[in-house]
Design a protein around this ligand. Sequence first.
Ligand code: SAH
Ligand code: SF4
Length: 430
Amino acid sequence: MTAPMDARTPTIVQPRRSEDRALPLIDAPVAGQRDPRPGLSGLSTEALREWFAERRAPSFRAQQVADQLWSGRDVSFAEMRTLPAGLRAALDADFRSDTVAHTSVRPADEGLTEKALHVLDDRRTIESVLMRYPARGLRRERATICISSQAGCAVGCPFCATGELGFWRDLSTAEIVDQVRFWSRRLATDGRRVTNVVFMGMGEPLLNAEAVIEAAAAISDPQRFGLGARHITISTSGVVPGIEQLTAIAPQYTLAVSLHAARAGLRDVLVPLNRRWPAEQVVTAATRYAHATGRRVTYEYVMIAGINDTPADAAQTAELLRGRLAHVNLIPMNPVAHTPWQPSDAGRIGAFADVLRAAGLHTTVRRNRGTEIGAACGQLAAELAAQPTPAAVARRRQILVERSAVALRGADASSEAAAMIDAPAVVTSR
Ligand code: SAH
Ligand code: SF4
């Protein structure tokens, strides 16, 4: 067992098995120069005040800038006309008013879903998604933004498009916050606003914990973006020190844990971080968060046909979570390139949900949104990156089939799923 990582240091999870070294399949695009100026939206209110105090400017100037920055309008420093020209120039020398250089947006779901591809200063691309849920009954319209915390991801879950990209770099606080500001401005043009923010885009938020915690603080701070903490969800594949760091400050954010399997052998394959922090440790840490905050933890479970959707998997998941402050969200897998896997059918998902409910667990089934534009984050970026050869894709699929077959045999040699995954017909390249 490797020593636990400090969640505050940027971390690259090193592959342990020889075949992992073939990953990722996709070559990262060549990075450009970084702009050395930090983004202004990453500054705390105190830091912004200090900056003005150091320049002997009255403190109301800091408030003027904050008002413009969080106003929901697109404002460059040059347009901050209430400030003297000297201060505008000084701000421009030290900061960027926006860390997103360029954004292109693709609609789907008849305009209810929109996906943004943001280009950063160094030409790295990240993605964020807007999902609009029209008003229903007493429930008001919601606009949920799914944002990225890293460019790429080192965890390498095989069903995830971002996992295919590998890890490029951590995002700064401002780069995270500026995705929210982008959507806020866009929604404001037709009188709407962001109602929920979920850290479920590219990257593992708790492997970039410091920037993510600062960004969530900026988003929920009434003096800055001002979204209620209960409307923010941080999703993690199971970084125990990061969960502990969150527990220590006990915010009202929803913690989502990507479980996807209860059994170690299978979770090792589906969420490779399990080899470092096994599911039991993750669930124990998440339960402490639930008790510290009084907030139920959401357990995400991507349903993959014949892999993790068997009655035995349902029983093991129920056993792991029974009696905990938990809500289970079953998500049909969004098909991605490079895997031989498909989403479970509705019958399988329903039967799985029944087992969990019988164990007293609150369980819902999520409909995938934006599948047609690749709303599983990482898909647009993957399209832009250099594509792997068909032979490399076929080899990758073969590795996944072999690994999951071993994992499935570990559970129950006679299981229908093991027989299915063992069948050579499953190994096909597209
Ligand atoms: N790295 C974090 C947050 C980003 S991923 C995490 O893993 O929790 C957000 C969620 O999308 C996770 O639950 C992840 O497992 C899920 N996801 C990734 N690829 C998917 C796919 N192809 N279909 C459905 N859900 C997927
Ligand atoms: Fe990373 Fe989350 Fe994708 Fe896994 S599912 S590779 S942790 S972004």
